[in-house]
Design a binder for this molecule. Structure first.
Ligand SMILES: NC(=[NH2+])NCCC[C@H](N)C(=O)O
Length: 410
């Protein structure tokens, strides 16, 4: 069985990447649902798609195969109706439907679609006016359920393929997402990893069947041995400790160190990769707002201890911790917005730190963050600028919108 995933760094030449093209789900956001759907505005889909296509073409032009998760899901469900049936049953159950009239009608509706159309509908959501269902129970007539125009909510965050899963070495984590708006996304990943022949035999370091949460924006592969994970609004320390234990004990894993980095818990900095990314052997982007007045930050170095336990060493200097775990004598922390008190928060908000390295010292990032871009160039980084006016309204950048499947070794 060929190895499907190989991600042992953040900077190795990007050869294969998982994407999702924004679809109808993005225009199924309303002002009332924007916040619960984790968006800060409603993108204009046509432009968001053009921008995403430009992003994907930039990756292809620089040697990466672009795989779309909706196509992989279609492959799986078109090939095996029993798997499709099981998926729909679990998907509807997780959406809160018990077996009965609505459950049966929804399942029949989705099963009646061509498979690709069904997958698009799973992402887009199912509106109540798509089914002619008699509403005979009170919850259909009054209260929050009645007010919701959807039987199945849209999944507008799906184009941020970084988060519901995380490639790590030769394996993957399939993530228990924090908010209900995104939890269904990783079920699609689960079915692809389980049933798509391309991923047969891929080790799963942690699956989504947990109560403690973790999201891929917090999971950075700093080297073959070191993973950095954010303690953030979206990832709990319990998940990090459990994943570290798995990585240290699983014979298929090469990881022996986890760097847990505690960042502010808020929407703007929801994941570690919104404030910190690795862009070269010894160069990183960093948003200065994650440090205290005296430049400190909570960093915990987790290593294999005695009897399978995890040993934890606390540090307060990110640079020192990175030098220690990566065996670097020097390093270059490049500040978002050149550290300016106005520019830095503005460009961090629009993902100026959320860069995607496609090779050592070569990144893709949103064109709008021109102060950060200028500074990166001054530090010798090759920058590919991508369009961002509509995509950025989802509060994610180039790293958020990509899940590497294969990177060349560095
Ligand atoms: N890796 C990232 N920074 N992902 C950004 C995801 C943005 C998305 N609206 C959310 O709140 O989940």
């Amino acid at each position: 069985m060929a190895q499907a995933i190989n991600v042992n760094s953040e900077i190795g030449k990007l050869k294969s990447v998982l994407l999702h093209r924004p679809g109808a789900e993005v225009e199924n956001i309303t002002p009332d649902t924007m916040e619960s759907l984790l968006f800060d505005d409603i993108p204009f889909l046509k432009i968001a798609q053009k921008e995403h296509d430009f992003f994907a073409q930039t990756l292809r032009d620089n040697g990466a195969e672009t795989l779309y998760i909706e196509d992989l899901a279609t492959d799986v469900f078109a090939k095996d109706t029993a798997v499709k049936d099981e998926f729909l049953t679990r998907f509807l159950t997780e959406a809160g439907y018990k077996h009965g009239r609505t459950f049966d009608s929804l399942k029949e509706y989705l099963e009646g679609l061509e498979t690709k159309e069904m997958v698009d509908k799973i992402y887009a959501g199912v509106r109540k006016n798509e089914l002619d269902l008699q509403r005979s129970v009170l919850s259909d007539l009054a209260g929050s359920d009645a007010a919701n125009p959807f039987y199945l909510n849209p999944l507008p965050n799906a184009y941020f393929t970084r988060d519901p899963q995380a490639s790590m070495g030769a394996g993957m984590t399939i993530n228990r997402m924090t908010f209900a708006a995104r939890q269904p996304e990783s079920m699609i990943t689960e079915y692809i990893m389980k049933h798509h022949e391309r991923f047969a035999g891929t080790p799963i370091w942690r699956d989504r069947n947990h109560t403690t949460r973790i999201e891929g924006g917090d999971e950075l592969i700093l080297s073959k041995n070191v993973v950095a994970i954010g303690v953030s609004q979206r990832t709990s320390s319990k998940s990090i400790q459990a994943l570290a234990k798995e990585l240290f004990s699983n014979p298929l894993s090469t990881f022996d160190t986890v760097l847990a980095v505690e960042i502010p818990h808020n929407h703007a900095m929801m994941h570690l990769d919104t404030v910190f990314t690795m862009i070269n052997y010894d160069q990183f982007t960093v948003f200065p707002g994650i440090f205290s007045q005296d430049g400190n930050i909570n960093v915990f170095v987790l290593k294999q201890g005695k009897d399978g336990e995890v040993e934890i060493n606390r540090m307060s200097d990110l640079g020192k911790a990175l030098k220690q775990v990566l065996n670097l004598s020097e390093l270059d922390l490049i500040e978002t917005g050149d550290g300016d008190p106005i520019v830095a928060p503005r460009e961090q908000w629009n993902d100026g730190s959320n860069t995607l390295a496609i090779a050592p010292g070569e990144i893709v990032t949103y064109d709008r963050n021109y102060v950060s871009i200028e500074l990166l160039k001054q530090h010798g980084i090759k920058v590919h600028e991508i369009l961002s006016s509509e995509l950025a309204r989802g509060r994610g950048g180039a790293r958020c919108m990509s899940q590497p499947l294969w990177r060349d070794e560095i």
